[in-house]
Design a protein around this ligand. Structure first.
Ligand SMILES: *[C@@H]1O[C@H](CO)[C@@H](O)[C@H](O)[C@H]1NC(C)=O
Ligand SMILES: *[C@@H]1O[C@H](CO)[C@@H](O)[C@H](O)[C@H]1NC(C)=O
Ligand SMILES: *[C@@H]1O[C@H](CO)[C@@H](O)[C@H](O)[C@H]1NC(C)=O
Ligand SMILES: *[C@@H]1O[C@H](CO)[C@@H](O)[C@H](O)[C@H]1NC(C)=O
Ligand SMILES: *[C@@H]1O[C@H](CO)[C@@H](O)[C@H](O)[C@H]1NC(C)=O
Ligand SMILES: *[C@@H]1O[C@H](CO)[C@@H](O)[C@H](O)[C@H]1NC(C)=O
Ligand SMILES: *[C@@H]1O[C@H](CO)[C@@H](O)[C@H](O)[C@H]1NC(C)=O
Length: 404
């Protein structure tokens, strides 16, 4: 615990110091990116840094949108009003790329290095956590890693005179849950490498979650839930995916769809980064976007192609269709929930909602805030003596329209 407190204090010091200024967008061989070091793209839109989530000690390496005051000003003054506005935007606050989503650094001694063979690695106090790029032959290479103005982190091999010989690796080939302007969704037909987005497990766990966004061979966007189709768009036609609200290019956004011998891909470009453009695959199966008009939530009233699962319609014991208002969040105080059934870490909010909705004996479910996994309950007992006792640590969701 003392360990965590120290970390928290250090983090607070960090917040007050606000060092989102950096002289460089490039890490050279033999240098380390550690502690509160950052690479800032030369347009000051993106930063690469180590971060932790909530009260967890584990560190991740990620790319973020820089705050407005860094973007708009070359001076080192700190403007608090801009940061309030900033904190309201989920696309500006969350990492747009996580290098080590499945391999958290277990201590506070994380660092990014390039060794003299051109190997790009994330280390902890105890050794290698993850090699992002390993050269196939061990030859001495002059390499640097640069955070480009697009938010793409690129490992490059240099000629002795400093000019670029070739790109060895880039973060845009390994998306997390977010498609930035210029990133591709689809497949490289030459290498077989595909670009897809996979949601976080939950708000505090960047590890691969349940939902994946792919572009498939027929030119349709597909959201897969553990490999099964959850939602599917129409095909690309007349500059849009049919049966979606994804509109044709406007003055500030351009959509590109490519289907040629080397690749099949979808990408988009924006005129500016002012509105923190991003398309994100959410942990609950929603696609959310800023700058792009594509927000998808799988509800039964979507026309096909669209939501492929009609589980929310089928249940005989629920009145009507599923809507958001069928769930009462945060638990009704003064009820106790009994006859619990526990689901392990491979289940999240969305799974428990489905399970509970389609099982007539289920009256409520609960998720765990810090971890995944959940519980369903088949009995709800009113406690006449209760005084307000909200259990904020474990949100309950009661399903209404229950007749059985
Ligand atoms: C740097 O070296 C490479 C390979 O030797 C050469 O092709 C390139 O033109 C050189 N660039 C400059 C700016 O001298
Ligand atoms: C690597 O490139 C830099 C220029 O960017 C040059 O100064 C340095 O000598 C090179 N190192 C090797 C080992 O070629
Ligand atoms: C992309 O790769 C994943 C895993 O390698 C695979 O399951 C999926 O089918 C691929 N998608 C396409 C469109 O090839
Ligand atoms: C296919 O499209 C990509 C992206 O526009 C382009 O880089 C590539 O050269 C194209 N390939 C062919 C064979 O035209
Ligand atoms: C449920 O959804 C179906 C299909 O969208 C619709 O036909 C039906 O009227 C809805 N029922 C209710 C009670 O809203
Ligand atoms: C429905 O929930 C009850 C209580 O948790 C459980 O005993 C039962 O097995 C569930 N039924 C199905 C079909 O999963
Ligand atoms: C509620 O309070 C009454 C009187 O204080 C007590 O007799 C009763 O056992 C309590 N009921 C429960 C469920 O705790």
């Amino acid at each position: 615990m003392a360990y965590r407190s120290i970390f928290l204090i250090l983090f607070l010091i960090y917040l007050f110091k606000n060092p989102c200024y950096s002289e460089t967008d490039t890490l050279h061989q033999g240098q380390e990116l550690k502690d509160w070091d950052e690479l800032i793209s030369s347009n000051k839109v993106f930063s690469l840094k180590l971060f932790s989530i909530g009260s967890m000690v584990s560190l991740y390496l990620g790319v973020f949108y820089c705050k407005n005051e860094i973007r708009n000003s070359q001076s080192h003054s700190y403007q608090t009003q801009a940061s309030d506005e900033f904190s309201n935007n989920e696309f500006s606050n969350n990492a747009v790329w996580v290098a080590n989503r499945n391999n958290p650094i277990p201590d506070i001694y994380g660092k990014l290095i390039i060794d003299f063979n051109g190997k790009l690695s994330i280390l902890s106090g105890g050794g290698t956590v993850l090699d992002l790029f390993s050269p196939t032959r061990l030859v001495a290479r002059n390499a640097t890693v640069t955070l480009l103005n697009t938010g793409n982190l690129v490992l490059r091999e240099l000629h002795p005179n400093g000019s670029v010989m070739q790109d060895l690796w880039q973060s845009f080939d390994h998306p997390t849950d977010t498609l930035l302007p210029g990133m591709k969704l689809g497949i490289n037909l030459k290498t077989g490498h595909n670009w897809s987005l996979t949601a976080w497990r939950n708000d505090e766990l960047p590890a691969k979650g349940l939902f994946t966004l792919d572009l498939i061979g027929t030119g349709q966007m597909v959201v897969l839930r553990q490999g099964n189709i959850h939602w599917i768009s129409g095909t690309w036609k007349n500059s849009r995916f049919e049966n979606t609200n994804l509109l044709v290019s406007g003055p500030d956004v351009r959509l590109h769809y490519v289907s040629n011998e080397t690749e099949q891909s979808f990408t988009y470009l924006t005129r500016t980064y002012d509105s923190y453009p991003a398309l994100r695959m959410h942990q609950d199966g929603q696609l959310k976007a800023s700058s792009l008009n594509l927000n998808i939530f799988c509800l039964p009233n979507n026309d096909p192609p669209g939501c492929a699962e009609d589980i929310f319609k089928k249940s005989k014991c629920r009145k009507g269709n599923f809507t958001d208002s069928s769930i009462i969040g945060s638990g009704e105080r003064c009820y106790s929930y009994l006859d619990e059934y526990i689901y392990d870490d491979s289940y999240n909010f969305y799974d428990c909602l489905r399970i509970c909705w389609s099982n007539c004996s289920c009256v409520a479910f609960a998720t765990r805030r810090k971890r995944v996994g959940c519980k369903t309950f088949s009995k709800m007992v009113y406690d006449p003596n209760c005084t307000d006792r909200a259990d904020e640590s474990r949100p309950f969701y009661t399903i209404t329209n229950h007749e059985g």
